[in-house]
Design a protein around this ligand. Structure first.
Ligand code: SOE
Length: 378
């Protein structure tokens, strides 16, 4: 019988659902030494927290995260709150000896992230950050192909993450549903929310980014604030584009916006190497496009690999070859890897320390956008 790992979830928004679903499913599909138990969910509104607990099967409810963190019957704290609470909760959870699974981005900025790393490392508690796109099987296959040397020397890494949900000037900022538009709660706009995903994947696939030059724009300068009721300045970046240099000599181009009319969550990446190129698109997430210059010239061309077979990453755990899985499965994979890492004492990434590297790139990007100058990362 797997050992129970009692989860205390703080926050119950969209990510609270994605994580809870993963905890519930993981042992049905993966053979693991640990089994998550939905022990408690915490949110300020007791009725809503109870409704969430009833829907997802949490055994109890708390309204104060400090109480949840102090409970002896909680082994791991899952932080699903707005970004401005990550640090305080993580420091308290580490001091209480709890494992921590923290939503992305790790922190509001690098300084906070460094404190969080030190806290988990001093306490010796297992930790991970939910950069889930690494664990979409097609993206994991891209990692495998790169690590096998099939692309050879890499020249270009290109990523975009486009959305269109904040175009209306009537949309307020702040509060439960719209904290991502409030700089005090989110830290930054698309840089920390969307580009952070692209950066995490890029660092994982192609190694460190050394330097960046960026521009950002806030298209709607003022919005009503849900908490104060007043029209207030908007402090987040609505759009960001940056160029960068990777340590391996390849060039980076990244772009993100919430003002790309027609795009809901278009995360795409393309990598061009000496021997081959690959491309991936979140809207068609189970496919990996691959061009291999080594192919016989008369049949050479972009192939679209349907990543659904048992010898491709994670897929042997799911259905029969040819049947695709989706977005939510990337979270199941993350829990599976986290639990497997616990059992093998080989921590699954991205750990807090790994995610701090993404934070450093985000900070350098925002700093470059402010100054108009190139910035070294870190
Ligand atoms: C924002 O709309 C958002 O939900 C991000 O916060 C998530 O991290 C991203 O995966 C999808 O878009």
């Amino acid at each position: 019988m797997p050992t129970p790992l009692r989860i205390g979830l703080v926050g119950y928004g969209f990510m609270g659902r994605a994580h809870s679903n993963a905890y519930r499913k993981v042992n049905n599909f993966f053979d693991l030494e640990y089994r998550p138990v939905l022990q408690a969910v915490c949110a300020r509104d007791k009725e809503k927290a109870q409704a969430f607990a009833d829907t997802w099967g949490y055994a109890s409810v708390e309204t104060d995260w400090k109480k949840l963190v102090a409970r002896p019957d909680i082994d791991a704290v899952d932080i699903c709150t707005p970004n401005n609470l990550h640090k305080e909760i993580a420091l308290a959870a580490a001091a209480a000896g709890k494992m921590i699974l923290c939503e992305k981005p790790l922190s509001m900025n690098t300084a906070e992230g460094e404190e969080m790393c030190q806290a988990v490392e001093n306490a010796g508690v297992p930790n991970i950050v939910w950069y889930n796109y690494r664990r979409v099987p097609a993206v994991s296959l891209a990692k495998q192909l790169i690590d096998e040397g099939r692309l050879g020397r890499i020249f270009h890494y290109r990523a975009v993450f486009l959305q269109d949900w904040t175009i209306s000037a009537d949309l307020p900022q702040g509060g439960q549903a719209l904290w991502r538009l409030d700089a005090a709660a989110a830290g930054s706009g698309v840089t920390g929310d969307l580009l952070a995903h692209c950066i995490d994947t890029a660092l994982w696939l192609n190694g460190p980014i050394k330097s960046v030059t960026a521009m950002t724009e806030t298209f709607i300068k003022e919005r009503k604030h849900n908490l104060t009721g007043k029209v207030e300045k908007v402090g987040i970046d609505d759009a960001c584009a940056f160029l960068g240099r990777f340590a391996n000599g390849s060039l980076a181009t990244f772009e993100s916006t919430r003002y790309a009319r027609g795009h809901k969550a278009l995360y795409t990446l393309e990598i061009n190497g000496e021997k081959a190129s690959l491309a991936w698109d979140l809207h068609d997430l189970h496919r990996l496009s691959f061009f291999d210059y080594g192919d016989d010239s008369i049949v050479r061309g972009w192939r679209s690999i349907h990543v659904s077979d048992g010898d491709q990453p994670y897929m042997k755990h799911w259905w029969v070859p040819g049947l695709a899985i989706g977005y939510e499965h990337s979270f199941v994979h993350q829990v599976a890897d986290f639990l497997d890492g616990l059992a093998k004492k080989k921590p699954a990434g991205p750990t807090f320390r790994d995610a701090l590297e993404t934070q450093k790139v985000c900070d350098a990007v925002l700093d470059s956008a402010r100054s108009g100058e190139w910035r070294q990362v870190g």
